[in-house]
Design a protein around this ligand. Structure first.
Ligand SMILES: [Zn+2]
Length: 244
């Protein structure tokens, strides 16, 4: 029954405007469909308005490497700017993989950014802006470790919304320090998944291909592999490096 319904709609389209069959079997403009459109608009609003000055919000974008976190961060920055918001984009100075003055995706898309040497540098950059930003976007937040939590709380208390992106799990498979404090306070947490390099399931972990005992390692495709939890092979700690 469904097939005949679809072909009937497609035929209507074809006779009306010569459209290819099956190209866009339109839903007729009934009062119901008008309601649907209104509901969709209402649904999309909060994602943008969440970054308003009136009620500061903390948004966390997290997931493994190569999943598209920076892409999603860029998308939200551009969406906020399109609404006239003043957005400051910040990245850790130690991440110089692609550029020191931009957040750059692994596929080369870039948005200009200021470099912060450490977490205290974050407030200095905000205060150095010609006007107080309504939104501060921070990429690779895990590079700042737990020291970034206090300045983020200060920004929220000042009425500045904050959106962060980064790896929530380190290459030992453990939660990265800032996320244990940021996730409980976040108004929105988005788990961004890519594809497991071994089995093509959704990726959740970042596996270190080259042995390293330090927790924070700047690396790219040659040094990391994104995997699902089942395929993940955690880095091994030496006994003296075990977490306290
Ligand atoms: Zn897998």
């Amino acid at each position: 029954m469904r097939a005949s319904h679809t072909s009937s709609l497609a035929r209507d389209d074809a006779t009306r405007d010569g459209a290819l069959e099956f190209r866009r079997p339109r839903i007729q403009k009934t009062s119901n469909s008008a309601n649907l459109e209104t509901e969709n608009l209402e649904y999309s609003k909060p994602r943008v308005l969440n970054t308003s000055i009136a009620m500061p919000v903390l948004t966390v974008l997290c997931g493994p490497m190569f999943a598209g976190k920076t892409t999603e961060l860029q998308r939200r920055v551009l969406a906020a700017r399109a609404l006239g918001q003043h957005v400051l984009v910040v990245k850790p100075a130690r991440d110089t993989r692609y550029a020191s003055d931009a957040i750059v995706t692994h596929t080369g898309e870039r948005v200009a950014a200021k470099s912060a040497r450490d977490a205290t540098d974050l407030l200095r950059l905000v205060d150095g802006e010609p006007a107080t930003p309504s939104l501060v976007a921070i990429d690779e937040i895990h590079f700042f470790a737990s020291e970034v939590v206090a300045p983020i709380n200060t920004l929220l208390d000042r009425g500045v919304s904050v959106i962060v992106a980064g790896c929530d799990l380190d290459h030992f498979g453990e939660l990265f320090a800032p996320f244990d404090a940021l996730i409980p306070r976040a108004h929105e947490v988005v788990h961004i998944r890519g594809t497991c390099a071994r089995c093509s399931a959704p990726s959740t972990h970042s596996e270190r291909l080259i042995a390293a005992t330090e927790r924070i390692v700047v690396g790219g495709a040659g040094e990391f592999l994104a995997t699902c939890a089942d395929c993940f092979r955690p880095s091994q700690r030496s006994p003296r490096d075990m977490p306290r």
